[in-house]
Design a protein around this ligand. Structure first.
Ligand code: AKG
Ligand code: FE2
Length: 374
């Protein structure tokens, strides 16, 4: 068994996480659009050009990479350091006390410990995560995070009210919808099941376990939420499935933000925008034996929203989309569907089935067909 080494040095009250060095191996990279947000406030033409890029990225891979979006590389590293400090300094007893009520009520707030998700051939995951709501007063945090809570709160607010809202305004523009269409469905002030996450993948499968999983650390899937924001990390590990059926690594651009289209955005656009098919694979040899530690935001609509196709979009109309994904009034309710998806992740037959390369299995969750990719 390999021992995952997480190199860290102490900096006052804080541990510093040393990210793995970039790989020198010749890897197959996904060809994703890079969107430079520095032009967002440079007038209607510049914004229209960004919206066009969003449209093109979302109608193809369902992935895009933002640069110059207002959060620096240092600020991301600071969040990773807080995550590292918190994971290292929180006892198993405290983590157990703050366990996510995943099974009980399908909610992520709190910790998911390793080995909870069940994958192929009876192998369980090696992923630990801690999740929080943007209304941070509504939950308990581990003690080791307490002194950092004001800055975590500031970071979370900026991600939602600045980065995400700008993105939603670009999405609306790209669909020729009123500017606040998506902002109004994902209001900062209202409650929903969106979750921020610190997520650690420990490189500690036995060779036998890893062989049973074909080197896959998290099976190919689509996120169910509207958009996922993944702060880029140096370990080559996240992969996108391209149209030719090949998995390609997503290249690290320091300080960038990987944006992933989820199922709700696919529903809102009647399938015009594609929920990104992605997975997490073991890194190349020169990045082994290092923990992969990242920061994420998974955004879902406010609790009472019922995501369905926005047929009023002239872009959808021109694309010939005339039917809603759900009959009016039969759409899942955001808070209920989140419950169904969260409680079933890593637990259904689809997650446990080894279909072989290129295979797709389906679970039915909340009446919706949910694919998993091998
Ligand atoms: O770890 C990553 O980069 C992606 C994680 C992921 O796909 C998920 O949690 O849904
Ligand atoms: Fe995902």
């Amino acid at each position: 068994m390999t021992i995952a080494t997480t190199s860290s040095v102490s900096n006052g009250n804080m541990l510093h996480f040393n990210p793995v060095l970039l790989s020198n191996e010749d890897l197959q990279w996904a060809d994703l659009s890079i969107i430079d947000m520095s032009t967002y406030d440079q007038g209607p033409e510049a914004r229209q050009a960004l919206a066009k890029q969003v449209h093109d990225a979302m109608t193809t891979a369902g992935f895009m990479v933002l640069v110059n979006y207002g959060i620096s590389e240092e600020e991301i590293q600071r969040q990773v350091d807080i995550a590292h400090t918190m994971f290292e300094r929180t006892s198993v007893e405290e983590k157990t006390k703050l366990l996510s009520p995943i099974k009980e009520i399908g909610r992520y707030r709190g910790f998911k410990m390793r080995k909870y998700w069940e994958f192929e051939h009876n192998v369980t995951d090696r992923i630990e995560h801690f999740n929080w709501y943007r209304d941070m007063k509504s939950q308990e945090f581990p003690k080791a995070m307490e002194e950092f809570l004001p800055e975590v709160s500031k970071f979370s607010d900026t991600v939602h009210k600045d980065v995400l809202y700008k993105l939603y305004r670009l999405f609306a523009l790209s669909l020729e919808l009123p500017s606040e269409t998506f902002v109004d469905k994902h209001k900062y002030e209202l409650h929903d099941e969106s979750w921020f996450r610190y997520m650690a993948y420990y490189d500690e499968f036995t060779p036998d376990e890893e062989a049973k999983l074909g080197g896959v650390w998290l099976k190919g899937h689509q996120d169910f939420n509207t958009l996922t924001l993944l702060f880029s990390q140096p370990m080559a590990s996240l992969q996108a499935l391209d149209d030719a059926g090949s998995w390609k690594y997503i290249k690290h651009i320091p300080g960038s933000l990987v944006v992933n289209c989820g199922a709700y955005m696919e529903w809102y656009t009647g399938g015009l925008y594609k929920a990104a098919k992605h997975r997490v694979h073991a890194p190349p040899k020169d990045q082994r034996n290092h923990t992969r530690l990242g920061v994420f935001y998974f955004n879902v609509p406010n609790d009472e929203e019922r995501p369905n196709t926005l047929l009023e979009s002239p872009v959808l109309q021109r694309a010939g989309i005339t039917e809603r994904i759900f009959e009016l009034g039969k759409e899942p309710v955001s808070k209920d569907y989140a419950h169904a998806r969260i409680s079933n992740t890593g637990k259904t037959a689809g997650w446990k089935t080894a279909a072989g390369a290129g295979g797709v299995e389906y679970d039915i969750i909340g009446g919706v067909k949910v694919p998993l990719y091998s």
